[in-house]
Design a protein around this ligand. Structure first.
Ligand code: FAD
Length: 484
């Protein structure tokens, strides 16, 4: 992988005897790893991280499931970066509304965009806007207390059945939260509104639906094992769906993950009882089904009552790649809630080159290109990208470390080669200019000390109810805690 090199006397910023001003947009893993690598590699760099939320850490706080506290330990490492003497955090500062991209580029020599993927792919089929249909992103933000989804209020009471579209790790997280015994969630940092709603939930049956087969399920073995291991859960997998074709065998030969997932599903199918016992929660894996349209309830107008699926078969489209094609046979699954876990999508800001097809910023090793032609000469000087905004919404937290190393290596190379224009090598206002500009726009940035106030209040509140932390759930509460 890319090793960020120590970069001292040869950097142009050092030669001109003024600091290199770097602004990173987004304080998720990509942002923090970029900051860490930049600070380490460039002794004259002054790094500011801005985030639209008053709280740092991106999806480590608002994506990773509440029953996975060990995954969030990386926050300790990110906190040390935020407290570095040459680093500052400014929350409540949104690129696009608080400050524009051109303003940021005026203030800093280097701007690294690491603001993730905060929208959803859509299916584009009839009925997608019916009540009771949410994206998995919204549902995850809701149970993780993201202030934008405090009022989502998913209706878990009027139905006993939820359909989850997709079979990746996010789909499995969501299924686990719906099915896990409530006492196992009660001591986590799950939002209190979600805990209350799950406690009163009527959902007993969850369908996890994929277009392709068990060999192609996009989850990993660890997450699948955990879901299958939920106490007193009835698991249903049709034996017929487990029949492998030579093309499946070929795919499995090349992927240990696919092999492990398939083995786990086969084992679960073989050991499952034929019927659920009364009161038992049920998890149904449905393969080879693609959604055709959503059905509207006759009793409750505007509300979803089911999903109309078309059965599929796999068709080889190249070595080791099979796609699902419709068979013309249809089947309905009745349900009162649908969670679409079909992928996150990044959103562009004004003035930013954007590849709308792939939902990423066009780049070469993290250097932003002025269009998506892939020609390296059309580079936007001083503008870089990292994380989900650079690669698309895939990969685990650690993937962003390698991604950040690549982007930081490009920054260092550009400094070394003098690729940044002479205008960019002049002193820039950086942090002082940012704070001045925000002040003129009446934007109150939340510094790291403000986050520390939120953090200690949440931990204190959590202690009162035997939880790891009680997350504040609204913008008002967060801003009040940070500023008083
Ligand atoms: C539901 C879910 C569960 C996951 N669970 C795990 C897991 O258990 N283990 C694991 O290793 N990986 C997990 N991942 C993957 C991991 O979270 C991602 O790889 C990682 O967070 C991506 O990092 P990022 O920095 O690119 O984006 P993000 O983490 O999304 O960070 C982006 C940041 O940018 C900020 N931002 C957005 N727009 C703006 C703007 N306009 N101006 C300023 N700031 C802005 C956001 O507030 C956010 O803080 C999970 C992902 C999801 C979706």
């Amino acid at each position: 992988m890319y090793q960020a090199r120590t970069f001292l006397s040869r950097s142009f910023a050092t030669l001109l005897n003024h600091p290199l001003r770097v602004c990173i947009v987004g304080s998720g893993p990509a942002g923090f790893y970029t900051a860490e690598r930049t600070l380490k590699a460039h002794q004259e760099a002054q790094v500011d991280i801005i985030d639209r939320l008053p709280t740092p850490f991106g999806l480590v706080r608002s994506g990773v499931a509440p029953d996975h506290p060990e995954t969030k330990i990386v926050i300790n490492q990110f906190s040390r970066v935020a407290q570095h003497e040459r680093c500052s955090f400014f929350g409540n500062v949104s690129l696009g509304s608080s400050i524009s991209l051109s303003e940021l580029r005026e203030l800093y020599h280097v701007v690294v965009l690491a603001y993730g993927a905060e929208s959803d792919r859509v299916l584009g089929i009839p009925g997608e806007d019916l009540f009771g249909i949410h994206s998995a992103r919204e549902f995850v933000w809701w149970y993780n207390a993201h202030p934008d989804c405090k009022n989502l209020n998913p209706d878990l009471k009027s139905t006993d059945t939820a359909v989850i579209l997709g079979q990746g790790n996010v789909a499995l997280d969501v299924a686990r939260i719906l099915l896990r015994p409530i006492e196992e969630l009660a001591t986590t940092d799950i939002a209190s509104h979600a805990l209350n709603a799950l406690e009163e939930s009527s959902i007993r049956k969850v369908y996890l639906v994929g277009r392709r087969g068990p060999v192609q399920a996009a989850c990993t073995a660890k997450e699948l094992r955990e879901l299958l291991g939920i106490k007193n859960l009835f698991v249903n997998i049709k034996e017929a769906d487990l029949v492998k074709t030579p093309a499946d065998e070929e795919e499995m030969k090349n992927s240990r993950i696919q092999r492990r997932v398939y083995e786990l599903l086969s084992k679960a199918a073989a050991s499952a009882s034929s019927q659920s016992s009364s009161g038992q929660r049920e998890l149904h894996f449905v393969f080879f089904h693609k959604p055709d349209c959503f059905l509207e309830s006759e009793k409750s107008s505007g509300h979803v009552s089911g999903v109309h699926f078309e059965r599929t078969v796999l068709k080889a489209v190249g070595p080791g790649k099979q796609v699902a094609v419709g068979t013309g046979e249809f089947e309905d699954i009745d349900c009162g809630m649908v969670l679409k876990s079909i992928g996150y999508k990044s959103v562009p800001v004004n003035g930013l080159p954007f590849d709308h097809c792939r939902g990423v910023v066009p780049n070469v090793k993290g250097r932003v290109l002025s269009d998506d032609s892939g020609v390296p000469t059309q580079i936007e000087n001083g503008l870089y990208v990292c994380g989900w905004l650079k690669r698309g919404p895939t990969g685990i937290i650690a993937t962003n470390l390698y991604c950040a190393e690549e982007t930081v290596a490009s920054i260092l190379e550009d400094l070394e080669n003098g690729t940044l224009s002479s205008e960019d090598s002049l002193p820039k206002p950086g942090r002082e200019g940012l704070l001045h500009l925000l002040d003129s726009k009446n934007v109150t940035p939340i510094q790291y000390s403000g986050w520390e106030k939120i953090d200690s209040l949440e931990k204190r509140l959590g202690g009162l109810s035997n939880k790891l932390r009680e997350k504040l759930t609204s913008w008002e509460e967060l801003l009040k805690a940070a500023t008083t």
